[in-house]
Design a protein. Structure first.
Length: 340
């Protein structure tokens, strides 16, 4: 890309007679440069003479008794060479992007690239939000109105962490820890349990008990076969078979209502048919409590029952259970307090 660095304008006009000889010498030199063969050869002097008017060089010439004027324009062109960008232009000269010394540079956001490339505008960052002492304007307005700018989920999480009361679990498990301390699993004779894992979700157990006097029917030995199946969703199925007595015990658990409740079915069927029973249950609960409803048949009559277990603190939980047996019209109830 071309850049005009400096332009010089020369005008010629007649001057006084005192400077005619010096001016004619320079006029003859100019005539030889432009190809005037009739012009006399230039005259040499040790002193350069001439006149300048208003910053322009004036050269008079009188050819054949007539005054002529010539206009000459000199243009200096700078071209980029190689990896550079041409010669350096001093500050303050024509074509220089920098001002001369002592003259302040104008304020601009434009960046002048080297080599005369395209001008790129520098994007300025947006101004920051107005800050005042004591927080932003919005927070101060909310504080003056007496409202706290806290999302509802953060308030709920803060209240739950401050409460820190866990779910106590099912009411049937409230006495498990105490039974482990006061009740020991003792037996007489020989007892052998053989476990076999058929799949990751299905184990089987062969149980032998020989030489015992603790069986209620007077036998001194028994054998039972147990199989159970479980899955990742909380489903569970179990069956126990006693070939000598001809009885089958079974349990089935399944999550219902999208995991809001757990349905349970328990059945016991024997060859005699006098002790058959069936019980259906539904477990449900919240963050700090659990509940249970029962309905079934036991001893030839209908059974109704329910229980509730509430967590008070992280270590204390209280609850109770009630049951009605229609066969003998008995109303049973018990209560439990657990601290751990």
């Amino acid at each position: 890309m071309l850049r005009i660095i400096r332009t010089r304008l020369h005008l010629t006009s007649p001057l006084a007679a005192g400077s005619r000889r010096a001016l004619e010498r320079r006029t003859d030199q100019r005539a030889q440069e432009i190809g005037d063969d009739d012009a006399p050869p230039p005259r040499r002097t040790g002193r350069r003479q001439g006149a300048r008017v208003a910053g322009a060089s004036v050269h008079p010439r009188n050819v054949q008794g007539r005054s002529q004027r010539a206009v000459v324009v000199v243009v200096v062109v700078s071209l980029p060479v190689g990896k550079g960008h041409g010669r350096k232009v001093p500050h303050g000269s024509i074509g220089s992007p920098f001002p001369a010394e002592g003259i302040p540079a104008p304020r601009t956001s434009r960046r002048i690239p080297r080599g005369g490339g395209a001008v790129r505008r520098r994007r300025r960052p947006p101004p920051p939000a107005p800050q005042i002492r004591g927080g932003t304007i919005r927070s101060q307005v909310l504080r003056r109105q007496g409202r706290r700018f806290v999302p509802s989920m953060m308030r709920a999480a803060a209240s739950a962490s401050a409460l820190s009361v866990p779910n106590p679990g099912p009411y049937e498990h409230a006495t498990i820890d105490s039974k482990r301390l006061v009740s020991l699993d003792t037996h007489d004779g020989v007892r052998v349990d053989i476990n076999k894992q058929l799949s990751p979700y299905m184990p089987v157990v062969h149980s032998f008990w020989m030489g015992t006097a603790m069986l209620p029917d007077g036998r001194n030995g028994t054998y039972t076969f147990l199989a159970q199946v479980a899955d990742e969703t909380g489903g569970f199925a179990m069956a126990r078979v006693d070939p000598e007595r001809g009885s089958v015990d079974g349990r089935f658990h399944r999550a219902v209502l999208g995991g809001l409740a757990m349905a349970k079915v328990q059945a016991n069927v024997g060859s005699e048919g006098t002790n058959d029973q069936m019980l259906m249950e539904a477990d449900f609960g919240g963050m700090t409590w659990t509940g249970n409803l029962k309905y079934g048949s036991m001893g030839g009559g209908t059974v109704f029952g329910c229980n509730y277990f509430q967590g008070v603190t992280s270590n204390l939980a209280v609850g109770g259970e009630g049951m009605y047996v229609a066969a003998n019209q008995n109303l049973l109830g018990n209560y439990a307090v657990r601290y751990k």
